[in-house]
Write a protein that binds this ligand. Structure first.
Ligand SMILES: NC(=O)c1ccc[n+]([C@@H]2O[C@H](COP(=O)([O-])OP(=O)(O)OC[C@H]3O[C@@H](n4cnc5c(N)ncnc54)[C@H](O)[C@@H]3O)[C@@H](O)[C@H]2O)c1
Length: 273
């Protein structure tokens, strides 16, 4: 019971990694507040967790909605021990994932056939303002908005742990998703800055940079792209959401009491930094 009676908010808890984190935290005794922009998804997770859990639907990219969500948490619990900034999207409106995947596959075929690379990605030059702003908004603005409100509560307690979901995209850069890579890189820098800022208050801030994890976010990738990922991953498999939840538990609990401003990257060896 590493989180016994602690109040934990997990954003994007309606699916994938966020849901696995909610489940693991509840198993460890936490009172979990499940956020998601999709109300029914947040409620489904909260229902599965049972008594003590609660769903709050809010778009983390909307600062007013985030403020209202934290007001509810403050009113109902009067404290917040853990915030996991997990909500995320891989693509923005108008991003053509299928076209990018087709280009990826063409490049793989060119490389394996020894032709040299002839297909260009051209992702950044064709990206719309909307796609850029959406992805940066959910990840980077969302992480900032939630962190800002969480710190107001945690500063009253002089304790707390914040865990931010970054990605190997921040460490390596992923050529197919420059907006996502930039957002995740920003989250890593924000993690370090805020960790230094709030250490004197007993609040720790850390990040997780997962490799490829089997969730709805990655479900749409083609077989060939999946094989390419596995070929670059020494462990030869993608990760499970519960493996990220285990890392989140470590960073959220007293097990990591001397750890702040750091990132852990459960990635099967895809990136070794
Ligand atoms: N799956 C991976 O391979 C992988 C790798 C590295 C990092 N990540 C990161 O892990 C986190 C979780 O990803 P996942 O794979 O579980 O994805 P997912 O798509 O399964 O879940 C993301 C959840 O976030 C919610 N969400 C989206 N926009 C939101 C918003 N504006 N406000 C509130 N909720 C919102 C979605 O409704 C969804 O329930 C993300 O930050 C993602 O970038 C995932």
């Amino acid at each position: 019971m590493k989180l016994k009676d602690r109040v934990a908010l997990v954003t994007g808890g309606g699916s994938g990694i966020g849901r696995a984190i909610c489940e693991r935290f509840a198993d460890e005794g936490a009172r979990v507040v499940v956020n998601d922009v999709r109300q029914e998804a947040a409620e489904a997770t909260a229902k599965a967790l049972g008594a003590g859990a609660r769903a709050i639907a809010a778009d983390v990219a909307d600062s007013q909605a985030v403020r209202a969500m934290f007001a509810v948490i403050d009113r109902e619990h009067g404290r917040l021990d853990v915030l996991v900034n997990n909500a995320g999207v891989a693509m923005g409106p108008g991003d053509d994932r299928q076209a990018t995947m087709r280009k990826g596959e063409a490049r793989i075929m060119e490389m394996v056939s020894g032709q040299g690379v002839q297909t260009h990605w051209d992702v950044t030059q064709s990206m719309s303002d909307e796609a850029w702003h959406h992805v940066i908004g959910v990840h980077l603005h969302g992480t900032f908005y939630c962190t800002r409100e969480a710190l107001k509560i945690m500063s009253r307690q002089n304790s707390g742990a914040i865990v931010n979901l970054s990605s190997v995209a921040a460490l390596m850069g992923l050529e197919t998703v420059p907006h996502y890579s930039a957002a995740k890189g920003g989250i890593l820098a924000l993690t370090r800055a805020v960790a230094r800022e709030v250490a004197s208050r007993g609040i720790r801030v850390n990040a997780i940079c997962p490799g490829y994890i089997d969730t709805p976010m990655t479900a749409g990738i083609s077989d060939l792209s999946r094989k390419l990922v596995l070929g670059r991953t020494p462990m030869g498999r993608v990760g499970e959401p519960r493996e990220i939840a285990a890392t989140a538990l470590f960073l959220a609990s007293d097990e990591s009491s001397f750890t702040t401003g750091q990132w852990l990257s459960p990635n099967g060896g895809l990136f070794m930094g």
